[in-house]
Design a protein around this ligand. Sequence first.
Ligand code: ATP
Ligand code: MG
Length: 423
Amino acid sequence: MRSSTTRILILLLAITIAAIIGLQIHWLQKTYAFEKNVFNTSVIKSIRGLYEDMDLTHEPGSHLSSLIEHPNPNIFLFKIDSIPQKDSLAYYLKNEFEDFDVYTDCRVAVYNYSRQGFIYESVITATAPGKKFTGMAQLVPVKKDFSYVYLFFPNRNRYIITQMNAWILTSSLLLLLLIGFSFAIYYLYQQKFLNEVQKDFINNVTHEFSTPLMVIDLSTDALTKQSVLQQPEKIAKYANSIRHQSDYLKSHIKNLINTVVADQYTFAIKKTAVIPNELIRQAVLQLDPIVMDKKGVIELNLEENNKVIQADNENLYLALFNIINNALKYATQPHVIINTYSHNSHYYISIKDNGIGIDAVELKKIFKKFYRGQKGNLHNSKGLGLGLYFTKKIISLHHGNIHVNSIPGIGTDFTIELPVNNI
Ligand code: ATP
Ligand code: MG
């Protein structure tokens, strides 16, 4: 399975990437704050320039902060004692903006205290000549007990962001690189995982096929010995062993072939009238040598004998075989209880064991192709990791469900649920 070093490495890389992205966002925010300050300072410098250019106040020595107000990020207003001429105000202001690099549209209005409103308005446009100025909503004056010039920058935010273009571009490039890098790592990780799965799978196939073949080989040899041929009970024992091993091989081959077929073609099921209890009895009989070998027991609580359902005989059999086989395989001395019952228009088959159990993390993965539990690999019984994958597929094709409850160290309960319209 995946090595823990690879996991730690991936985790570290993920943390690094997250940290770089976090840092980048932090710097973008800082740059935005910086550009915002630069903009405000430039506007204030332009206003100071304007005070110097025009005779706007009777107290030229006053501190700028007592003359300028900034009631909202897009608005500046500054106190005047004499009303300037409209054209010269716009002219000087435009010059000051150019001197201090304020290149965004601005609406200028003059508030006359004695008239309690704007007396005129003009526009300083930074857009190309001839282009229509946008955002001409009615300006709302701020009530004051003095006259002032009102500057409104409708596109201030957009302007600040355009000032950050280089930053945004490099950040986006870095982000794209990081995304590409993450994909590359993910791809390599997948490849490594697939290689490991493949290695495990080949080991398991070798084991699963060579062990039964070896037993068949030895039993066949024994059957040719004169001493054995004279004892009918020994002939029966070896013949049974050959039967059992070949049945086992058959189930593996079917799981394998069906998985390949199901992956590459649409897997069709052929429904006929099936008696589930019969399939269960048949599977139990086939698995009897394992029960005997492990000194276990299978308890059958089969309700409604001869209940007929519409199902694919061969595949439903294999699905049941796989689950019962697991129940025996993953227990030291198996005690398996199989129940069948109908409830709320559904037919249920429950297979409960007293085996090693499956923990919550593994429970999410057991139906995946080639998945073998960590304990499953350590356990002396091998497998291909296809049994439950195929079983789930078959139950889904019957429009049914498969539920699992498991307590590690206590046992596992698999319940197959088939809808009634299938019955
Ligand atoms: P095979 O393809 O030969 O059936 P397998 O038994 O390993 O191989 P699955 O039947 O798909 O594969 O089961 C997947 C994994 O789920 C097993 O490796 C095992 O870890 C876990 N598992 C399944 N059934 C049980 C059970 N009854 N008790 C404990 N663990 C189980
Ligand atoms: Mg299995």
